[in-house]
Design a protein around this ligand. Structure first.
Ligand SMILES: C[S@@+](CC[C@H](N)C(=O)[O-])C[C@H]1O[C@@H](n2cnc3c(N)ncnc32)[C@H](O)[C@@H]1O
Length: 276
């Protein structure tokens, strides 16, 4: 894990993607628990809010969503080609649905990554929702506020920012088993699980379940022998019971209720800190 050497300035764009559950709006509350002077590892990276904010010199990012990781790889490897495809796409509801159909049809390529980025920017609340066949089906969401497109300079900046981080796409447990980190800071921000099921699933057909939270507990306690492990999670009895010994001060997050626009509420998220 080598350093990128890229320096953020006040002009630098913050992050490439808008992502449900992104931690960008709570970074001031969370960063007290994290350290960036060790290798920094995010097994559930999503939009990697902290990575892009701090650009740690040694890092590894992982997410089960392979389209997301392919998008980072494409921007890292060929930013101008990805920008060109992305910039050509007209922002309108009609075109959004054409792009969505094309994204679901074509295979992995820089073009597919550009479509992923466009859909992420103009979909409803940055939600990556799929149907039972695994096809992306989040509706258009840019009716009221159309996001300004990123420039070539922004793409070059993101490409430079991603040059030396390791990018992986697999389940968090196998990612961490293979990486076998030591003396690292591992920040885990898994999806919430719901016993009652979701009206509007935020990430994928494959929901994060209670058994996955138990797996996370086993993995985290093992890693804590040689690393700092920080986990943020919904304030629920399942998390409190598993991580009781490690709970730090809670933080306040604002979330969309059921993924629906205009229905935002503040809630408490728990932080567990293991190892050190
Ligand atoms: C709450 S989001 C992370 C948000 C991130 N902290 C940010 O700043 O954008 C949770 C992420 O975990 C990913 N995910 C879900 N199940 C996973 C698994 N079993 N292993 C790895 N990643 C998973 C989802 O695709 C999603 O991007």
């Amino acid at each position: 894990m080598e350093g990128s050497g890229v320096q953020r300035t006040t002009q630098s764009p913050r992050k490439i993607l808008k992502w449900a559950g992104s931690k960008s709006n709570v970074s001031s509350q969370l960063k007290q628990f994290l350290t960036f002077d060790r290798p920094y590892i995010e097994p559930f990276c999503g939009s990697a809010a902290f990575y892009f904010e701090r650009l740690p010199s040694k890092s590894a990012l992982n997410d089960l969503n392979s389209h997301l990781i392919d998008c980072y790889r494409s921007i890292r490897d060929d930013p101008l080609q990805v920008w060109k495809y992305y910039d050509e796409l007209e922002v309108s509801e009609e075109n959004y649905y054409k792009v969505r159909a094309n994204f679901n049809r074509i295979s992995k390529s820089h073009l597919k990554s550009s479509l992923f980025l466009f859909l992420n920017h103009y979909c409803f609340n940055g939600i990556y929702r799929t149907n039972k066949s695994g096809l992306f089906n989040t509706p258009y969401g840019a009716r009221e506020k159309v996001k300004k497109k990123f420039s070539t300079e922004d793409f070059k900046y993101f490409s430079a920012s991603l040059q030396t981080t390791e990018l992986h796409s697999e389940d968090f447990e196998s990612f961490l088993d293979n990486l076998a980190p030591t003396d690292s800071c591992i920040y885990m921000d898994p999806p919430y699980f719901t016993v009652e099921g979701r009206v509007f699933n935020e990430y994928d057909a494959k929901t994060f379940l209670a058994k996955d939270l138990a797996r996370l507990h086993t993995v985290a306690t093992k890693l804590a022998a040689d690393n700092i492990v920080v986990i943020s999670y919904k304030n629920c009895s399942e998390f409190r019971d598993l991580f009781e010994r490690y709970l730090a001060a809670p933080i306040t997050v604002t979330r969309n209720v059921g993924g629906f626009a205009g229905r935002r509420k503040s809630e408490t998220e728990l932080i567990a800190v293991l190892g050190g």
